[in-house]
Design a protein around this ligand. Structure first.
Ligand code: KIV
Ligand code: ZN
Length: 401
């Protein structure tokens, strides 16, 4: 993988060399979104694809939400062999026991307990005091510990929580047995600089912080979920929670494929990477789109139809001389067969000549002048000029006849 010349390594101390774990929540936070629900068979199929992709932890659902969610989590737990299977639970006994039962057959299981910690949520959603929230968190982690291999604790709306209280809850959850502490930006409110500062502060102020993995979970309300997740990694988070195609509540979660490729392409800057098989990113994106019936926007980074397509003449000319001029990664690295040089009204002579040659036509300069003039006239009328059109132009015929 090529890197840019201005890479510099960030400075975050001991965790720098540790790999970033990818915690996929496509089937939980992603699936609980309008338009993205999947039946049990679809969820299992997606889970198998995510395992092939190499996600470290797969959040399969919220077993207490419905009998069907319970059954989907149980089926995924008994099928997967490599990824840790995770189930979500509120800090309530019924939820935790249900998650434990759904995960019984998992080769490696994790219960993910969460409770809101911010003043807004404490007052208006839970009607609980700080002490009540803290006690509920500790009791939940302790109960979950006996029902699975590992426990994750999330402080919902962590980023709008008083930092000192958040550190207190995290310290208590860690002492009670949580192995992962997740600090979600539940409403997508933060900026990258603020997130970096908060993770640095938490790592310095949570008691025994070096014994735990810090995790980021960013929502995309301001379009900053991926940037914020990467900022958290830069400040020492070693788990990132994300979804394929960035699906999730409201504007979505951080997009898995973008985070993974940013860490790969800019590996020298971050000083860390993931274990994802990046060649499976495009197939995973397409499978999700097929299972949910929701298309991926054309200009979506990494997996959109235009992610490796070039139309302007200047760009195409550059690409024909050296692909590094306008591409920072190879399409094959994300599972896309090849770069597309789309022929349209912005395209130039070099790309037209190259495509004609690929189709077996080698016009001399005079013929090329004529073909190029007729190509431009056609391109003004059509969005894209296809190979059949070029064949006609090369043979002196009218493609529109
Ligand atoms: O966004 C959020 O806070 C969540 C938690 C349940 C982790 O999805
Ligand atoms: Zn979320």
């Amino acid at each position: 993988m090529e890197t840019q010349q201005n890479d510099q390594q960030s400075d975050i101390g001991d965790v720098a060399a540790e790999r970033v774990r990818i915690f996929d929540t496509t089937l939980r936070d992603g699936e609980q979104t309008p338009g993205f629900s999947m039946d049990r068979r679809a969820k299992l199929r997606m889970a198998q694809m995510l395992e092939t992709l190499g996600v470290d932890v797969l959040e399969a659902g919220f077993p207490q939400a419905s009998p069907d969610d319970f059954a989907a989590v149980a089926q995924i737990a008994s099928t997967l062999r490599d990824a840790t299977v995770c189930a979500l639970a509120r800090c309530q006994n019924g939820d935790i026991d249900s998650a434990g039962r759904a995960l019984e057959q998992a080769r490696r299981s994790r219960i993910h307990v969460f409770i809101s910690t911010s003043p807004l949520h404490r007052e208006h959603k839970l009607g609980m005091s700080r002490q009540q929230v803290l006690d509920a968190a500790v009791a939940a982690v302790e109960r979950a510990r006996g029902l699975c291999h590992e426990v994750e604790f999330s402080a919902e709306d962590a980023m709008r929580t008083e930092p000192e209280f958040l550190a207190e809850v995290f310290s208590a959850a860690l002492a009670a047995g949580a192995g992962t502490l997740n600090a979600p930006d539940t409403v997508g409110y933060m900026t990258p600089a603020e997130i970096a500062e908060r993770f640095t502060w938490l790592r310095a102020n949570v008691k025994d912080a070096e014994r735990v993995v810090f995790s980021s979970h960013c929502h995309n309300d301001l379009g900053l979920a991926v940037a914020n997740s990467l900022a958290a990694v830069g400040a020492g988070a070693r788990q990132v929670e994300c979804t394929i195609n960035g699906i999730g509540e409201r504007a979505g979660n951080a997009a898995l494929e973008e985070i993974v490729m940013a860490l790969k392409v800019r590996g020298a800057y971050f000083g860390t990477d993931t274990r994802i098989d990046t060649r499976k990113l495009h197939p995973a994106s397409r499978l999700l789109s097929q299972l949910t019936g929701q298309p991926v926007q054309r200009n979506k980074a990494i997996v959109g139809d235009n992610a490796f397509a070039h139309e302007s003449g200047i760009h195409q000319h550059g690409m024909l001389k050296h692909r590094g001029t306008y591409e920072i990664m190879r399409p094959q690295d994300v599972g896309i067969a090849e770069t597309k040089l789309v022929l349209g009204k912005h395209s130039g002579r070099a790309a037209l000549r190259q495509r004609l040659q690929a189709l077996g036509h080698v016009p001399d300069e005079a013929a090329m002048d004529d073909i190029f003039a007729r190509f431009k006239a056609l391109a003004d009328k059509k969005r894209e000029v296809h190979d059949e059109d070029l064949e006609a132009l090369a043979l002196g015929q009218d493609p529109e006849a």
